[in-house]
Design a protein around this ligand. Structure first.
Ligand SMILES: Nc1ncnc2c1ncn2[C@@H]1O[C@H](COP(=O)(O)OP(=O)(O)OP(=O)(O)O)[C@@H](O)[C@H]1O
Ligand SMILES: C[C@H](N)[C@@H](CCCCCC(=O)O)NC(=O)O
Ligand SMILES: [Mg+2]
Length: 187
C-alpha cells in the first residue's frame, strides 16, 4: 500500500512494476492532487484527511494477504493531518517500521534525529535501510553512512544498502537487489 499519496508517484510505480490483485483504491485509499504534505494538499481540494478509510482498507488487506508492505510518505516527522505525523500513525497503529535513509552528507544527523522521533512516538522500529539515490562508490557510501557507526549510535540494525538504480524497469535486477537486504528480521 501507499495509503496516502499526494501528486503522482508511488502507486503508479507499483501498478507498472508489479502484478497486484488490489484495486487502485485499495493501494491508495486517500489521494490528493497537489504534491504537498497531505493536510495542505487536502485543504486545496476543500477536503479533510480521512484516516478512517485508511485504517479500514489497511485492516481488510491485512486480513486477506500474507504480506502487506506499506510505504509512508515524506519522513517520520512529516504531517499526515494538522495534529498527527507519520511517526504518530506508525506508533498508534503499531506498524512494524523500517526507516529508509538516503545516502548523503548529513545522513548521520538525520538518522539519529529520526530514530529519536521514532522512540518518542513509540514506533516499533525494526531496522534501517540505506538508499543510494546517486551513483557513489562503495568507499563513498562507507564514508557517508558507516553501518557500524549507525548501529552504535542508534541501536537499530542496518538491514542493507540499496544501490543506485539506473533502470527501474529491469525487474530481475530489482529482485536481485531486494534479495541482498536482510529482511528475515522483519518477520
Ligand atoms: N536507489 C535509487 N536509485 C535511483 N533512484 C532512486 C533510488 N531511490 C529513489 N530513487 C528516485 O527517487 C524517487 C522517489 O523515491 P521514493 O519514492 O523512495 O522517495 P520517498 O522518499 O519515498 O518519497 P515519497 O514521500 O514521495 O514517497 C524514485 O521514484 C526514484 O526516481
Ligand atoms: C509529494 C511527495 N512525493 C510526498 C509528500 C511529501 C510531504 C513532505 C512534507 C514535509 O515533510 O515537509 N507525497 C507522496 O509521497 O505521495
Ligand atoms: Mg516514495
Amino acid at each position: 500500500m501507499k495509503p496516502i499519496q499526494s501528486g503522482i508517484g508511488d502507486r503508479e510505480w507499483y501498478q507498472n512494476l508489479f502484478t497486484l490483485e488490489q484495486t487502485i483504491a485499495e493501494i491508495t485509499p486517500l489521494h490528493f492532487s497537489a504534491p504537498l504534505a497531505p493536510p495542505i494538499a487536502a485543504a486545496k481540494e476543500n477536503r479533510s484527511v480521512d484516516l478512517a478509510i485508511v485504517w479500514q482498507t489497511l485492516t481488510q488487506l491485512r486480513s486477506r494477504l500474507d504480506v502487506l508492505l506499506i510505504e509512508a510518505l515524506g519522513g517520520l516527522g512529516s504531517p499526515v493531518t494538522d495534529e498527527l505525523t507519520v511517526a504518530d500513525l506508525a506508533g498508534e497503529w503499531r506498524l512494524p517500521t523500517v526507516l529508509v535513509v538516503p545516502v548523503k552528507l548529513g545522513s548521520l544527523g538525520q538518522v539519529v534525529a529520526n530514530v529519536a522521533l521514532a522512540r518518542q512516538a513509540r514506533v516499533d522500529l525494526k531496522g534501517i535501510v540505506l538508499n543510494c539515490t546517486q551513483p557513489l562508490s562503495d568507499e563513498e557510501i562507507a564514508d557517508l553512512t558507516p553501518k557500524d557507526l549507525i548501529q552504535s549510535l542508534t541501536n537499530i540494525p542496518v538491514l542493507g544498502c540499496l544501490p543506485y538504480i539506473d533502470n527501474f524497469s529491469d525487474f530481475d535486477k530489482l529482485v536481485q537487489i531486494a534479495s541482498n537486504l536482510d529482511l528475515e528480521t522483519l518477520k
